[in-house]
Write a protein that binds this ligand. Structure first.
Ligand SMILES: [Zn+2]
Length: 442
């Protein structure tokens, strides 16, 4: 296959030849080169030539934090629809969070998710294992068995819940060292956030919704950085949402500790003001999310931290919910937003169009770094000869209104409905096989 006229990381136009799932040749656009017709791509029924029309080529995106909901909540999402959504967003690999029903806390369940990914996945599915049995925070799950399973789990998380017991967290951090694993913490001190509904601040006070203080996140992050340093293990901090958290992570990194962190697209763009006043009215649960949307000052701090590398990764925290769980009164509504199909556009809006990141920076934070943290050697590689042809073609000049009815996800709970966002994923290739062409599932 030949991918014609694309600009790798926004550079000079090139043609990329793909043979047997690998990048075989990269040459200036339109120049003559080795011919690859007659190879087995034609036999597989794939188009021989894809016209890139000057699109930006990035390495296939990797999500460290996706909720695919299968097994258990197939009404919200399945491995098939979630990975279709991922492919449409430019992703070639996603980490599937463990808070399914049953919880992915045994080798059996992680292998089940991994096999579903092999069979139905439009991108690679790497299961995340739970840290504690049933996400209950009482007893360590069988981390070693999950690591040794066919799913080869390396990321462990009770996401949705915090591992708040310091002794259990310490044991988990010690345990995963044996197989080069990482504990990804959902940092939320439970007592400080009991019944919490939104960011604690001026607006929560005005709206009479119980507040979710920044310190509940920051206290756990500080503790866990100290624990990770104490036992010499790897810590990853999920969905950082406050300026104070950024300061703590910056300090931990300055010590040389092995701490990485992610931020979601929505925390880079949206604020708690939307709960009070938005195009969708006030108290609209579409803006209810865990951790909550914070203040403008927090958004600015998160953007700077992502730009300077204090925060390593953009992760979607794609959290599909069916209409009946979202379109209800604020207090009863589920927390979370879908995000895979809008992530790259939101990052362009918040980081690229503001001059904070270039496309190389985006590739590092949405592909290379998450693949490194998740230990996925087949992903996140630079687009160069010999690398797997995991590629997304992206047109940053497009602009369109977000239309949830066009999503491949089974769920529609996006906070961006009706907003105009830049950019469009034109094509996604997984090991040379197109999963998306002309913006549509291939
Ligand atoms: Zn979480």
């Amino acid at each position: 296959m030949l991918i014609k006229n694309v600009r790798i990381l926004g550079g000079e136009p090139v043609d990329i030849a793909v043979v047997n799932g690998l990048i075989a040749e990269i040459r200036p656009a339109g120049s003559a080169g080795t011919r690859h017709d007659g190879d087995d791509t034609a036999e597989a029924g794939l188009p021989e030539v894809v016209e890139g029309r000057g699109a930006i080529a990035l390495p296939g995106l990797v999500d460290l934090h996706t909720h695919l909901r299968e097994p258990g909540r197939e009404d919200a999402e399945t491995v098939q629809t979630g990975t279709q959504s991922a492919a449409r967003g430019g992703y070639t690999a996603v980490h599937a969070m463990a808070n399914t029903m049953p919880v992915a806390d045994t080798a059996g369940v992680v292998e089940q998710v991994w096999r579903l990914g092999q069979e139905f996945g439009h991108c690679d599915v790497q299961p995340v294992g739970a840290v504690t049995v049933g996400l209950e925070g009482k007893q360590l799950a069988e981390l070693g068995a999950m690591a040794d399973s066919a799913a080869r789990v390396r990321v462990f998380s009770d996401d949705g819940r915090c591992v708040d017991d310091a002794v259990l967290m310490r044991r988990a951090l010690e345990y995963v060292k044996a197989f080069d694993g990482v504990v990804a913490q959902h940092a939320q001190e439970p007592k400080l956030t009991k019944d919490a509904q939104m960011n604690e601040g001026v607006i929560s006070g005005r709206l009479g919704l119980s507040g979710w203080p920044a310190v509940a996140e920051e206290a756990i992050i500080a503790r866990d950085c100290l624990l990770a340093a104490h036992v010499g293990s790897r810590l990853h901090v999920c969905h950082v949402s406050t300026a104070g958290s950024v300061e703590i992570i910056r300090w931990a990194k300055s010590k040389g500790w092995n701490v990485t962190a992610e931020v979601t697209p929505h925390h880079l763009l949206l604020t708690d003001e939307l709960v009070e006043e938005s195009p969708n009215g006030s108290y609209n649960p579409i803006y209810k999310v865990n951790p909550p949307l914070r203040t403008r000052a927090d958004v600015e701090a998160l953007r700077s931290a992502l730009a300077d590398g204090t925060i390593d990764v953009v992760a979607t925290d794609h959290a599909p919910h069916p209409v009946e769980d979202k379109e209800t009164e604020w207090a009863a509504a589920a927390m979370g937003m879908v995000g895979l199909e809008t992530a790259l556009s939101v990052v362009q809006e918040a980081m690229v169009d503001t001059g904070l990141l270039d496309w190389a920076g985006v590739a590092e934070r949405m592909s290379a770094a998450p693949a490194r943290i998740g230990r996925l050697p087949g992903h996140g590689r630079p687009l160069e000869v010999g690398a797997p042809a995991n590629i997304v073609l992206y047109d940053p000049t497009a602009r369109a209104e977000v239309d949830p009815s066009s999503f491949a996800s089974k769920s529609r709970n996006t906070p961006y409905e009706g907003m105009t966002l830049p950019g469009r994923v034109l094509a996604t290739f997984l090991r040379g096989r197109p999963t998306v062409l002309e913006g549509k599932l291939a």
